[in-house]
Design a protein around this ligand. Structure first.
Ligand code: ADP
Length: 464
């Protein structure tokens, strides 16, 4: 099976969030199962393709090639989508170019895909182009499109007067097309024109058909519910594995947790926290945005600092949270370590060193942080939503089940009480060990998810 996988970010070349992790791992997992995969992404500044001629491409794994779409005036600049000053003003042109060029490139290299798998608004025009400009093109005749929503809140919305830059017929700017309240909505185009839609967890697939989570597109999604499924993301255990991770202080496994304790001690030292193995260390690695439950943290941080705990936060985002958390870190330097940056190495260290991982997201399509945590024996504390609800089960010592702490009312008091409950469990050594071992035992490798995708591809290929 020939698969074209389109993503605006791909690990290890460029990453701003979970999409890059997925785009780096799923193609590899598909290829392991026999598929032939080409990935396309923009050639951003600082990416050095291995081969520079004639089409910059880089082999990623056996039967996986990453092809870079080159255009210096669009992509050779700081920021994938924007800078601290805001979104790049020409994003519509940049990603329309990426989409059109991707399809042209397939012809140039004579790669005739069975499946074209697009992701998020940046590649949303590909299914639109295939059903309009390329409608009668025999090269793409058998290609079926799958579109994955990684986060419905980001839709690629532009002013109406930009529509002509897309290069498609004006008739597609309408309620049955790309129009959304008088604006151009690229994601909506993909929701209408793709053969099949997926999102990254079964629960989120249901949630987005409701007003609360649908971001205005719930009607479109509900209409397409028979062609919409949820497939959980996996994790690339080649990258996220404490037994082989060279970015952490000391490697460890579930058989010997002394290495995990060492990571905690060294991270406490490096971060200026009190070095004390008995204090529960809470980690949080996240965009600092309300989606990620930062409002809950902001409302409880003062109370939390009165407990005998430590918190280490890594992330960037809204200025309000930078300032608020910054003031707290100044006040409690031995208890709160705040790292306002994107730092992959520190992220690995935090996953390895923390006892509990905070992920109180208001909504979460799948979430990777909780899955990474489990692999490092770090217990996730999550709000019951989307992929968090599908992967984390509340610990119940009596029934002897669960792999984390889950709260189901999005409320600061409930969040705070759940943190206290996690600390109480942490204090009981045997119980904690049981929970940590349950976390280690979870398997969220891509193996399983890739199989679901392949089954789906096969199904839609036979639906002529
Ligand atoms: P989202 O894609 O919504 O931001 P996910 O949980 O799906 O959230 O994925 C986030 C990914 O980005 C995880 O791999 C997480 O470790 C990583 N990450 C987030 N913020 C940072 C940061 N400041 N530094 C390093 N890695 C980060």
């Amino acid at each position: 099976m020939k698969i074209l996988f389109c993503s605006s970010e791909v690990v290890p070349f460029a990453k701003t969030g979970g999409l890059a992790d997925v785009a780096g791992a799923l193609p590899k997992a598909l290829a392991k199962k026999g598929a032939d995969v080409k990935i396309t992404m923009p050639l951003y500044k600082n990416i050095k393709p291995k081969s520079n001629t004639p089409l910059a491409h880089t082999p990623v794994a056996k039967n996986v090639d990453c092809l870079f779409i080159e255009n210096d005036s669009f992509f050779n600049r700081d920021g994938l989508y924007g800078t601290s000053l805001g979104d790049h003003p020409d994003n519509l042109e940049r990603f329309a170019f990426y989409c059109m060029k991707t399809l042209a490139l397939m012809k140039d290299i004579d790669f005739q895909p069975d499946i074209i798998h697009c992701n998020d608004w940046q590649s949303a025009l590909i299914p639109v182009y295939l059903k309009s400009i390329f409608r009668d093109d025999s090269f793409f005749k058998k290609a079926k499109t799958v579109f994955t929503i990684h986060n419905l809140a980001y839709q690629g919305v532009f002013a109406e007067n930009e529509f002509n830059k897309i290069g498609i017929d004006r008739s597609l700017f309408g309620i049955q097309g790309l129009e959304f309240y008088g604006k151009v909505n690229l994601l909506k185009g993909a929701l209408i024109f793709s053969d099949h839609l997926t999102t990254v967890s079964p629960t989120y697939a249901r949630e987005i058909q409701t007003k609360e989570f649908g971001c205005g597109l719930e009607g479109v999604l509900y209409e397409r519910r028979n062609n919409l499924s949820g497939i959980l993301n996996g994790l690339d255990y080649d990258i996220w594995n404490p037994q082989v991770d060279s970015l952490i202080f000391e490697k460890f496994s579930s058989d010997d947790l002394s290495g995990k304790a060492k990571n905690k001690q060294l991270l406490q030292k490096q971060s200026g926290l009190a070095v004390d193995k008995s204090i529960p260390l809470f980690g949080m690695i996240s965009r600092l945005a309300e989606q990620k439950g930062l409002d809950l943290l902001a409302k409880t941080i003062e109370q939390l600092m009165k407990l005998n705990i430590q918190v280490i936060i890594l992330g960037t985002g809204e200025k309000y949270y930078h300032d608020l958390l910054g003031a707290m870190a100044k006040k409690y330097p031995r208890k709160l370590s705040l790292n306002l940056k994107f730092d992959d190495k520190l992220a690995h260290s935090i996953y390895a060193a923390s006892d509990i991982f905070l992920m109180p997201s208001r909504y979460e399509p799948c979430g990777l942080g909780q899955l990474i945590s489990l692999k490092y024996g770090t217990i996730p504390l999550v709000f019951k939503t989307g992929g968090l609800a599908d992967t984390i089960e509340d610990f119940d010592e009596k029934r002897g089940c669960g792999n984390g702490f889950v709260f189901d009312e999005y409320d600061p008091e409930v969040f705070f009480e759940t943190i206290k409950r996690s600390i109480d469990t942490y204090r009981i050594k045997e119980l904690w060990k049981e929970l940590v071992l349950a976390a280690f035992a979870c398997d969220f490798s891509w193996e399983n998810s890739a199989k679901h995708y392949l089954d789906l591809y096969k199904r839609i290929m036979t639906n002529a």
